[in-house]
Design a protein around this ligand. Structure first.
Ligand code: SAM
Length: 329
C-alpha cells in the first residue's frame, strides 16, 4: 500500500476533521464576541462526505482521526459520524476536542459508537473568570464533563489550557494541583496569533519556559513519558501525582519537523498546515462523485504543497485565518 508522506519525508498518519465552524463559547483568543460569518448548511460536508475522505485517507496510511471545530458537539448526532469512522478499515484511534459543555449528555452514545479519547478545553478554574475568558457561563458543566470522561475510562483525558498573561497565568499552581489529584494530562498551550487575537497575543503571550519555571518553584517537576497521543506536547509530573503536565509550544519551540497531520475543514478544504494558507478543495471532488482512488490521488498531490514549517511570530498572524474555529483548532 502507498503510504502518505510529504516532500520532507514526514509520514502523515493523523487527520483532524472539523465538523462545524460554530461554537457555543466566544473565547477571547479564539472568536470575536459577535461570532464570525458562519458557513451555510450546504457548504458544510455531510457525514457521508467526511466518511469518504476518512476512508481514502485510511487507505493511504492515516490511522488516527480527531473531531474538532468550532464546537463539534453542536453538530447533531455526532455519534453517527463516530460510528462511521470507527467502522473504517485502518482507523485505530478516534479522538474528540471539545469545550465540554455538551459532553456529559452525549458521552455514552459517543463511547458506544467508538470514541477512544477526549481533549477538553479549560482555561480557568474560577467561575467568574470563565465568563470573562469564554464570554459565556459554564465552568460547572466543564468540570462535570472532565469527571465523566475520567469515569468512562476515556484515557488519557487531556485538558487544554491556553495561558494568558493577566487573565489566568496566576492559576498555574491550581491547575498543577488538579494534575496531582486527577489522572488527567493538563496541557498548557502558548497563545497563537490569529488575526482576531494578534494584537492581544503580543501582550498576553507567556512562554512555556516561563510557566515551567513557575511550576518548578513549587515542587520537583520531572520529565515523564507522555500519555498516548499524536501531538507534540512535552510532559512532566510531580512525584506521586495521579496526572501529568504538558506544554505545547508553537511559538517558542516549533515542532514542525515532527508534523504528522493534515486537516479537513468543515467546508471540505484539505488544509496542510495550521498556519499558512495552503489548502486543496476536496468538496468539489466529493460532490463531483470522485472515487476513493481519485480522492487518494488528491491526497497524494496535496503532499507537494505541505510546507516545511510555519512562520509564526509574536503578534503576527501567518495566515488569513481570523480564528482557529474557522479551520478546526
Ligand atoms: N471547541 C473545541 C475546544 O474547545 O477544544 C475544539 C476547537 S478549539 C478551536 C481547539 C483548541 O484550540 C482549544 O484548546 C483552544 O483553546 C485552542 N485555541 C484556539 N485559539 C487559540 C489561540 N489563538 N492560541 C492558542 N490556542 C488556541
Amino acid at each position: 500500500m502507498q503510504r502518505l508522506a510529504d516532500a520532507f519525508a514526514r509520514p502523515i498518519e493523523y487527520l483532524r476533521v472539523s465538523v462545524t465552524d460554530k461554537c457555543n463559547l466566544r473565547c477571547v483568543y479564539c472568536m470575536p464576541e459577535g461570532g464570525l460569518p458562519w458557513l451555510q448548511r450546504d457548504e458544510i460536508l455531510s457525514y457521508e462526505e467526511i466518511a469518504r475522505v476518512v476512508e481514502a485517507a485510511a487507505s493511504v496510511g492515516v490511522r488516527s482521526i480527531r473531531l474538532t471545530g468550532g464546537e463539534p458537539l453542536l453538530r447533531r448526532h455526532l455519534d453517527r459520524l463516530v460510528a462511521m469512522i470507527a467502522s473504517t478499515n485502518g482507523i485505530e484511534d478516534i479522538a474528540l476536542s471539545t469545550n465540554g459543555l455538551l459532553l456529559e449528555e452525549q458521552i455514552d452514545a459517543l463511547v458506544a459508537a467508538g470514541l477512544t479519547r477526549v481533549n477538553i478545553s479549560l482555561d480557568t478554574l474560577r467561575a467568574d473568570r470563565f465568563e470573562s475568558i469564554a464570554r459565556r457561563p459554564g465552568l460547572d458543566r466543564v468540570m462535570r464533563a472532565i469527571e465523566v470522561a475520567v469515569d468512562r475510562g476515556l484515557a488519557p483525558v487531556k485538558i487544554n489550557c491556553v495561558v494568558m498573561r493577566g487573565r489566568n497565568d496566576d492559576e498555574l499552581l491550581d491547575f498543577a494541583e488538579l494534575s496531582r489529584r486527577l489522572p488527567v494530562a493538563i496541557r498548557f498551550i502558548e497563545t497563537m496569533p490569529v488575526i482576531e487575537y494578534a494584537q492581544a497575543q503580543r501582550e498576553e503571550y507567556v512562554s512555556a519556559d516561563e510557566l515551567l519555571a513557575q511550576l518548578r518553584s513549587i515542587g520537583d517537576l520531572q520529565p515523564v513519558q507522555g500519555p498516548r497521543g499524536n501531538g507534540p506536547a512535552r510532559y512532566f509530573a510531580f512525584p506521586g501525582a495521579a496526572g501529568t503536565i504538558g506544554v505545547i509550544t508553537p511559538m517558542s519551540h516549533d515542532y514542525c519537523n515532527l508534523c504528522n497531520r493534515i486537516r479537513l475543514t468543515a467546508d471540505g478544504r484539505l488544509r496542510l498546515c495550521l498556519f499558512g494558507d495552503h489548502h486543496i478543495d476536496l468538496r468539489t471532488s466529493l460532490r463531483a462523485g470522485a472515487t476513493r482512488e481519485e480522492l487518494c490521488e488528491v491526497l497524494e498531490r496535496s503532499m507537494l504543497i505541505k510546507p516545511e514549517r510555519h512562520h509564526l511570530r509574536l503578534g503576527e498572524p501567518a495566515s488569513r485565518m481570523r480564528a482557529l474555529s474557522e479551520i478546526g483548532g
